[in-house]
Ligand binder design. Sequence first.
Ligand code: AMP
Length: 365
Amino acid sequence: MSDAASRSALPLGATIGILGGGQLGRMLSLAASRLGFRTHIYCPERDSPAFEVTPHKTVAAYDDHAALGKFAALVDVITYEFENVPAGTAETLAALKPLHPGANALAVSQDRLAEKTFIGGLGIPVAPHRAIRDAADLAPALAALGGTGILKTTRLGYDGKGQRRVASLDDALAAFADLRPHPLVLEALVPFEREISVVVARSQDGATAAFDPAENVHRDGILATSTLPAAISDATAQLAREHAGAIVAALDYVGILGVEFFVLADGSLIVNEIAPRVHNSGHWTEAVCITDQFEQHIRAVAGWPLGDPTRLADVVMENLIGDRIGAIPAGLGPGIRPHAYGKAESRPGRKMGHLNRVPPKMPRK
Ligand code: AMP
């Protein structure tokens, strides 16, 4: 792709290819339709939630390069809803059509060590950590990190999977045996006061727009709620936006990126991880922002100008996990915006939908 071709604005009626057919792909597809685009979803699972909202689909494996080639021929630009797109898949697609965000964002965010090295290299704090290549690395790493930590797989961890807290060498050896054969990283336990995230967009011409920081509560490693505003100072909110802006600029990024932070008692920030996609902690933007994260992502990948991320009201987003989906419609009141993902089967730990609770009055400035 020439630079000029990849940076031109997509016309109405163009087709956006989306890798991944989960709820994020579904919400991206709905936003794209509203803007006048078609979407084509590529996903290996036949019963994917995103297939219900567009007639254009490919059911094939991510390493089926013939199917990837056909898919690329049918679309004008390609994006994705998950960070574990295999490197070879991204390479094949990027050679055929513009791929946003680019393969560099995937490479950095797929590997916790590469991610920490990259973010630390920008002068942004990350948790103290040590690479664990074999069992002999555990004792010196534990000693260096104060005797406790979280042992994590460097790749393919999500929603708290692929990680174990350890408080002794015996714990660490047991966790090592469980988590093998993945490469691992031991992180110091960060004594955070709260967790926040910033969802930031960057356009093809380099403009950025960050949503307000959300305060996130996790249960069993899965996001439970995001609350706006976060209980942080203006200075901490500003710092979080600056860090998120620096990360997307350094990646020459196009689209939405989620940045998760730990907030320490003194208001300083540590980046936990980044996700090169629309983010669960940005679902609140649907209900209370002039432009929500899904529209913003589509605008960016389409080469359109970004929208205004201003938040118009306070809001609490609650994930509906497993049988909590019963809150739609049973638990609905007038100030609640529901979103069900259309998944046929509810299972414990499965994200089935979310609610955005908006208080009746506008916030006082
Ligand atoms: P992750 O999969 O890295 O996002 O971790 C899931 C959750 O585990 C985070 O949202 C935190 O609540 C907790 N956690 C992860 N890493 C650390 C750490 N280094 N120190 C303290 N808590 C952590």
